[in-house]
Design a protein around this ligand. Structure first.
Ligand SMILES: NC(=O)c1ccc[n+]([C@@H]2O[C@H](COP(=O)([O-])OP(=O)(O)OC[C@H]3O[C@@H](n4cnc5c(N)ncnc54)[C@H](O)[C@@H]3O)[C@@H](O)[C@H]2O)c1
Length: 314
């Protein structure tokens, strides 16, 4: 019997056609299925490719006794209960790095949106106004840019911004030196010294709420804070206060502690906060790369017994 593969959360159409052409696999003909459809397919599934919509939890696994591999076409595996998977002998993989460039470009996009006030200027101009003086902005050229977390995405941001001739500082416990910038002694140095501070670290117990009123209070009055990494790293109550009191120039966030943001969130009140709905990986290019890796990995697993990019329960 051929391994039965289901792609549940949508896929690039040409890539899906390529997957279906693989004679050694039986691929469910739809690349997006409803939760009810998925339930009916689960007893037979051997390989499942998901994005962020499908939640692989104990209840799903209970209905999928033949499941061997779940691949998250993307990076974050928060929607997969890896402990429950391990208990059932189900392997989990992701596609690391597929969306790093897109996430880096989005951090830069919201940085410029904030500094040049383009989102607010666009809304005003569309409303028929011509408010030139209301939207005076600031440059990036030769600014001090501070990176908290200097892994894959942080370093791409630094490389892409190098044309703006910034003075780059980074704080990352795992990185001692880099040709891209100077290591700061601690986060306090980054927050007190830099004009633009950009977060590129994971949300783990040690980083939850790590940016709080103490660090935010060190920022210069004309400094800005960018977060396109993970919500919850910055304490949002403290962020709200510092922005409301105009203690810094502004902030641009793609990620929030509780997503999607609730309608009653007080962050909506702020006129110096740029917000986007977790769009970092949302480009055609990133989705394609993640899909391409997922197709390769599922073939390697079922046809060559080769487990790639495994994500284990911590
Ligand atoms: N907005 C989006 O849609 C989007 C897309 C992709 C990735 N991300 C997020 O971006 C972040 C960075 O991703 P990456 O691929 O560069 O990860 P990475 O693992 O390559 O780099 C993260 C770096 O953070 C460092 N770090 C860990 N704890 C730290 C601390 N307390 N202080 C300072 N640095 C610390 C690590 O040493 C590491 O070098 C992750 O949180 C990831 O989930 C967001």
């Amino acid at each position: 019997m051929k391994p039965f593969i289901v792609v549940s959360d949508g896929f690039d159409a040409p890539l899906f056609e390529e997957l279906k052409k693989c004679d050694a696999l039986e691929v469910h003909p739809k690349s997006k299925v409803t939760q009810d459809e998925l339930k009916t397919l689960l007893p037979k599934i051997n390989g499942l490719i998901i994005r962020s919509a499908t939640k692989v939890d104990a209840a799903l696994l209970e209905l999928a006794p033949n499941l061997k591999l779940v691949i998250r076409a993307g990076e974050g595996t928060d929607n997969i209960d890896k402990v429950a998977c391990a208990a059932k002998g189900v392997k989990v993989a992701n596609t690391p790095g597929a969306n790093s460039n897109s996430a880096a470009e989005h951090a830069i996009a919201i940085m410029f949106t904030l500094l040049r006030k383009t989102a607010w200027a666009h809304a005003s101009t569309k409303a028929g106004k011509w408010e030139k003086s209301a939207f005076e902005g600031n440059e990036v050229w030769k600014k001090k840019i501070g990176f908290v977390g200097f892994g894959k995405i942080g370093q791409i941001v630094a490389k892409r911004l190098s044309g703006f001739e910034p003075e780059v500082f980074f704080y990352d416990p795992m990185i001692e030196t880099s040709p891209l910038g100077k290591k700061a002694a601690d986060m306090k140095e980054i927050f007190s010294k830099c004009d633009i501070i950009t977060m590129h670290l994971p949300l783990i117990p040690a980083t939850k709420g790590i940016v709080n009123k103490d660090l935010l209070g060190l920022m210069k009055k004309d400094a800005v804070l960018i977060n396109a990494s993970r919500g919850g790293i910055v304490n949002e109550d403290d962020l709200y206060t510092i922005l409301k009191e105009k203690k810094i120039l502004g902030a641009a966030f793609d990620v929030f502690a509780d997503e999607p943001l609730k309608a009653e969130s007080k962050l909506f009140e702020l006129d110096n906060l740029v917000m986007t709905p977790h769009l970092g990986a949302s480009t055609g290019e990133a989705q394609y790369r993640a899909g391409e890796m997922a197709v390769h990995q599922i073939k390697e697993f079922f046809l060559n017994n080769n487990m790639m990019n495994e994500v284990k329960a911590k």
